[in-house]
Design a binder for this molecule. Structure first.
Ligand code: 8YV
Length: 323
């Protein structure tokens, strides 16, 4: 029997590409240049499965490709806001993602951002590298203490819970959160986390607000000017979720006017574009969407896609079936 034909839209870790070569008739993207909408349509016409990432806009228009051969999208990543899920369902396409394996590394990047922005690490690094460091003095680069401060989580899924654990046990932080689906009391007790009745309640109380809700039409600009205005003047906003959960223009204004103390961002509206307003500000730390970017996690993400694909082609329900 011939092997299923699969196409990978970006470069993946070498070990995973090797495994894909063993199992499938695979087309790799050695140049690592993102595919255009037309190329994605072509991929859907000529392969049994397409393996996309966050940089591939699989819109209803793209998924309307005819004649459609691909009935499987094995997404490399847990978030799938770049895939029109309703259109995929309408076309009978199975979509899978890669949860669990990136939880800790993404939570670690949230910790990195909290520490960097509160302790002004980006500013300090820029100063040393530019040769402008004049030496130690008691009033130099004074930041904000992280240990013991209140962490507020918007969303309470895997990554938020991993962050709660690190913050509570590592930094002695009281944790509060808002989720429309609160977990059992025991989960909250173990993480030292207290549910709040609304997003507003979290925003008003937290010293660090970290976003952990999915990117979606519903969550677009969930954090807008009005909600930013509820945050304490000394508070920091951390975003490792999706850029468009925050109104980026409103955030630039809040940072510029110092109505909040700072922000740590790993994700942006319209990536890889970054709102130029952020670039002029010292009180924001800017990372290039690297939450899951460790050797261990990226390999595990790829192998999780391989597992999902193998199950799909064996006629089983893949472990991480989204639809
Ligand atoms: C991925 C992410 O690297 O998994 C996600 O949702 O945001 C990142 O960790 C990226 O999405 C790859 O598609």
């Amino acid at each position: 029997m011939s092997k299923p034909k699969v196409i990978v839209t970006r470069r993946w870790p070498a070990a995973v590409e090797a495994r894909l070569r063993e199992l499938f008739d695979v087309t790799l993207n050695e140049a690592d240049v993102p595919l255009s909408a037309d190329q994605l349509k072509d991929a859907l016409r000529h392969h049994d499965a397409v393996l996309p990432t966050v940089t591939d806009a699989l819109t209803a228009e793209v998924l309307g490709a005819e004649p459609l051969r691909a009935r499987m999208l094995g997404n490399f990543g847990v978030g799938y806001n770049h895939i029109d899920i309703e259109a995929a369902m309408a076309r009978g396409i199975t979509v899978t993602n890669t949860p669990d394996v990136l939880t800790d590394c993404t939570a670690d990047i949230a910790v990195t951002l909290m520490l960097m922005v509160a302790r002004r690490a980006g500013e300090g690094e820029r100063e040393v590298r530019s040769g402008h460091w004049a030496g130690w003095r008691p009033t130099h680069l004074i930041g904000t203490k992280v240990t013991g401060k209140t962490l507020g989580l918007i969303g309470f899924g895997r990554i938020a819970r991993a962050l709660a654990k690190k913050a509570h046990y590592g930094f002695d932080m009281p944790v509060i959160f808002y989720t429309p689906h609160p977990p059992e009391d025991e989960v909250c007790r173990d993480l030292g986390a207290k549910p709040c009745a609304s997003i507003e309640e979290v925003l008003k109380q937290a010293d660090f607000v970290s976003l952990h809700c999915p990117g979606s039409k519903e969550n677009r600009h969930l954090i807008d000017a009005e909600r930013l205005a509820l945050m304490k003047p000394g508070a920091f906003l951390i975003n490792t979720a999706r850029g468009d959960v925050v109104d980026n223009d409103a955030l630039v204004r809040a940072l510029k006017n110092k109505t909040i103390a700072g922000a740590g961002l790993d994700v942006y509206e319209g990536e890889p574009h970054v709102n130029p307003g952020f670039l002029e500000l010292e009180n924001v730390v800017l990372l290039p969407h690297m939450g899951s970017s460790t050797e261990e996690t990226r390999a595990a993400m790829g192998l999780r896609v391989v597992e999902n694909l193998s199950a799909y082609f064996a006629g089983q329900v893949p472990r991480d079936k989204v639809v």
